[in-house]
Design a protein around this ligand. Structure first.
Ligand code: C2E
Ligand code: MG
Ligand code: MG
Ligand code: MG
Length: 291
């Protein structure tokens, strides 16, 4: 679609760039109000322990219903919001909702964790761990029911600042997971030095397992590596039974993906859970099993 001559090219290109900038500018300026006015929602995607079918928790994934642009996925607006101080408000919002959810479940006998995605700015914020501790206390929630997911690149952006924050969160007992593992530039040596408990295999490898032998090898290698470092290994992007079977055979610990459920609004999540909740015999607690 490149311009054949300079003039057309300039005319064809400039408005499109203008649109992109305008939209980004709008997203930044409108985000605060969007948070306050209920346009931003947290959806949850369940996770199950392998090889069984017990639901152990869910990942919190943010959604924005924009009045003009419709449903926006985080891939579009989170990077824009991350470029501003507003990401603190986003993380606080998702964390607060997630803790309310965990508390609600505990109050009816369900013990499930929620994983919240952090951004690079949270890792550079030395006051962040204290705010998390305060929120856990306020909701009376044990730290091990909260997981934070961070990417390799967000840690590597400024390891000097990120490491103390991670160490502090880890010392508090919050679970730390490396997200999208395998896509970054980092090495195994680096993974060993991070104070993390869990590694999430990037969905691109899991999705490719059925067709690409290379992806199968990558997944198997990450499972083995993770276990050799005593980490819980989670696979995301589990879309079919074949992938699930392969992950079980490899010894992967937890699965997340469309096979189990798509990310669900709070209301739909509750219906999904209700349909699958069983009493645990001889106790007051309950457990959720997938079909
Ligand atoms: P992520 O943390 O790696 O989240 C997993 C993404 O994979 C989600 O996309 C989820 O909907 C999608 N997914 C789950 N299962 C499957 C599957 O079986 N097949 C396929 N093809 N995809 C699957 P989503 O919700 O669009 O989120 C995209 C990214 O945005 C997330 O990637 C995360 O990095 C970021 N994000 C989401 N919520 C937040 C948030 O509250 N804060 C921050 N900082 N980032 C967030
Ligand atoms: Mg998406
Ligand atoms: Mg994640
Ligand atoms: Mg991921």
């Amino acid at each position: 679609r490149a311009a054949r001559n300079g003039e057309d090219g300039v005319r064809g290109y400039a408005p499109a760039m203008g649109q992109v900038f305008l939209r980004r500018f709008q997203l930044v300026t409108q985000f605060r109000q969007a948070l306050d006015s209920g346009q931003v929602e947290v959806h949850y995607q369940p996770k199950v322990a392998l090889p069984g079918r017990q639901v152990v928790g869910a990942e919190a994934l943010v959604r924005w219903s924009h009045p003009e642009y419709g449903r926006l996925d985080p891939d579009e607006f989170v990077p824009v919001v991350e470029a501003t101080g507003l990401v603190d408000a986003l993380t606080s919002f998702v964390l607060e909702r997630s803790l309310v959810k965990i508390r609600e479940w505990l109050d009816r006998g369900l013990r499930m964790s929620v994983a919240v995605n952090l951004s690079v700015r949270n890792l550079a914020d030395e006051a962040f761990p204290d705010r998390v501790a305060e929120a856990l206390r306020r909701h009376d929630i044990a730290p091990e029911l909260l997981t934070f997911e961070l990417t390799e690149s967000s840690v590597m952006a400024d390891p000097e600042r990120a490491l103390p924050v991670l160490r502090r969160l880890h010392a508090m007992g919050v679970v730390l997971a490396v997200d999208d593992f395998g896509t970054g530039y980092s090495s195994l040596a680096y993974l060993r030095q991070l104070p993390v408990d869990e590694v999430k295999i990037d969905k691109s490898f899991v999705l490719g397992m059925g067709t690409a032998l290379g992806d199968m090898a990558v997944v198997r290698t990450i499972v083995e590596l993770g276990h050799s470092l005593d980490l819980v290994v989670v696979a995301e992007g589990v879309e079919d039974d074949a992938a699930r079977e392969q992950l079980v055979a490899m010894g992967c610990d937890v699965a997340q993906g469309y096979l189990i459920s798509r990310p669900l609004s709070e209301e739909r999540l509750e219906a999904w859970l209700r349909a699958r909740t069983k009493k645990v015999r001889g106790t007051r607690s309950e457990t959720v099993l997938t079909l």
